[in-house]
Design a protein around this ligand. Structure first.
Ligand code: FAD
Length: 431
């Protein structure tokens, strides 16, 4: 009989085990992990460097990076935020560095540093870790109505275990979600988040690698207007929610970069409903609107009449992109500004500020995928991460319906949830 069984030896499971054992060293705590190795995702995270958290230390700002969980995480982040994560690792001799974009990594640049720290802490604190122990089921040992001190029984491929408290940290495992559903929890259907857009279009063919700041909007295709409107309504979204700014990277298969990834995360459910077939409108000159650009082009035409359009540098745009947009406006390589018709100038202004592309499908971003969906947030008490439906059952990490954009925020959700669940469990056992 354990005091606490933790299902899943990932980031959330290990972090919770350490904090439970620290809160009360007398408690018998064990982790059940299906794999031969623990902390498998930590190992591969951040390209092997582990983007542990993000240098955003204000809870009100931090929540803005979570398309699902923004409202619910505000309280938890006031209790345990990114600064606490940094302190946890620093107290254990692991310094973290901040990169220019705010991402934080161990200064060793190796995820193994984080793994070694978490594993050695569980060893020091006497937490038992069962590897190769896939959990196949769990249930209350006695009927809640008959026994207030009921405990949990957990079935694994290696045998059965029992515990007073159960903390489920199995990430995005559909089988565990299925078990929880049978126990009475609602699961928001999982869909991918953080993906890049597949686009086949002459305007971006052959210019992979170009990166430039842009404003991007998701817009309906004329042929799918009804479906688009219905999906917007279903997810309570406005068109303005599907707009973002940021660097846009042209790739061999379409578009990527922070702006596109942000849209993929915020629009994850909505875009899945559209089967990833929609259009985007790109403003390559986010400081301008179409009318303003047209005026500028007319002035350039007057002043630079003898120059070829292609060779004139008039906006801060990568040259390969400028060439491509000029050609798409019906202007040839030899055309001089003086030869350009009004309609061609209008085309060019539109290509520069309202350039429409059809998206047909998605691709995984650098193998870093995150799943939107999971345990319905309405069914979790965020003061303790205990289930509101089933007493003595707790959750932390990716298993709940929280996900974030790339940058260390997904791990922060795991650290925060694990810490608070650990305090909730230790307090309730000792109550
Ligand atoms: C390639 C990649 C790179 C990433 N890089 C980053 C990054 O740099 N920064 C960041 O913030 N986020 C990153 N993420 C996201 C981040 O890894 C997850 O959000 C985080 O690992 C979630 O932690 P977790 O403990 O909830 O789940 P997981 O880390 O998925 O851990 C769940 C554990 O439960 C175990 N398990 C599942 N089912 C069972 C079962 N039935 N019985 C027993 N054990 C079971 C699994 O084997 C696993 O060890 C990355 C994701 C991927 C895929």
């Amino acid at each position: 009989m354990y005091d606490v069984l933790i299902l899943g030896g990932g980031a959330a499971g290990f972090y919770a085990a350490i904090h439970i054992a620290e809160a009360d060293p007398k408690l018998k705590v064990a982790i059940m992990e299906r794999g031969k190795e623990v902390l498998g995702k930590v190992k591969v995270s951040g390209g092997g460097r582990c983007n542990v958290t993000h240098a955003e230390f204000d809870p009100r700002e931090l929540v803005k990076y979570y398309p699902r969980g923004e409202k619910e995480l505000l309280g938890p982040f006031h209790t345990y935020c990114s600064g606490d994560t940094v302190a946890f690792f620093e107290e254990r001799g692991i310094s973290l560095k901040i990169e220019e974009d705010g991402r934080m990594f161990p200064t060793s640049n190796s995820s193994q540093t984080i793994i070694d720290c978490l594993v050695s802490e569980t060893e020091r604190l006497g937490v038992k870790v069962f590897r190769n122990s896939s959990v196949t089921g769990f249930a209350k040992l006695k009927d809640a109505a008959q026994d207030a001190n009921e405990s949990w029984q957990v079935q694994t491929i290696r045998g059965n275990y029992s515990a007073k408290k159960l903390l489920v940290c199995t990430g995005s495992n559909p089988k565990i979600w299925g078990i929880l559903q049978k126990l009475g929890h609602s699961i928001v259907p999982p869909v991918p988040s953080l993906f890049t857009f597949n686009i086949k279009d002459d305007r971006i063919t052959g210019i992979a690698g170009v990166s430039t700041p842009a404003r991007i909007n998701i817009v309906p295709r004329k042929s799918h207007l009804d479906k688009f409107q219905a999906a917007l309504k279903k997810h309570g979204l406005q068109l303005s929610d599907l707009e973002t700014g940021g660097a846009l990277l042209i790739t061999h298969w379409g578009m990527s970069g922070p702006g596109i990834l942000r849209l993929s995360a915020w629009g994850a459910l909505f875009l899945s409903e559209l089967d990833y077939r929609f259009s985007i409108r790109v403003n390559w000159l986010p400081a301008y609107h179409e009318g303003g650009v047209l005026k500028q082009l007319q002035q350039i035409k007057e002043v630079e009449g003898k120059k070829t359009v292609l060779r004139t540098k008039c906006f801060a745009l990568p040259k390969r992109l400028w060439n491509s947009l000029v050609k798409a406006s019906g202007i040839t390589e030899a055309d001089k500004w003086a030869d350009i018709k009004k309609s061609q100038l209008q085309n060019l202004a539109r290509e520069l500020t309202a350039c429409q592309f059809q998206v047909n499908g998605k691709s995984t971003f650098k193998e870093e995928f995150v799943t939107a969906g999971g345990i319905d947030l309405k069914e979790i008490n965020f003061k303790t991460y205990e289930s509101k439906r089933i007493p003595n059952l707790y959750f932390a990490g990716e298993i709940i319906n929280v996900d974030a954009i790339t940058g260390g925020f997904n791990f922060q959700n795991a650290w925060t949830g694990a810490y608070i669940a650990a305090q909730g469990i230790a307090e309730s056992i000792n109550a």
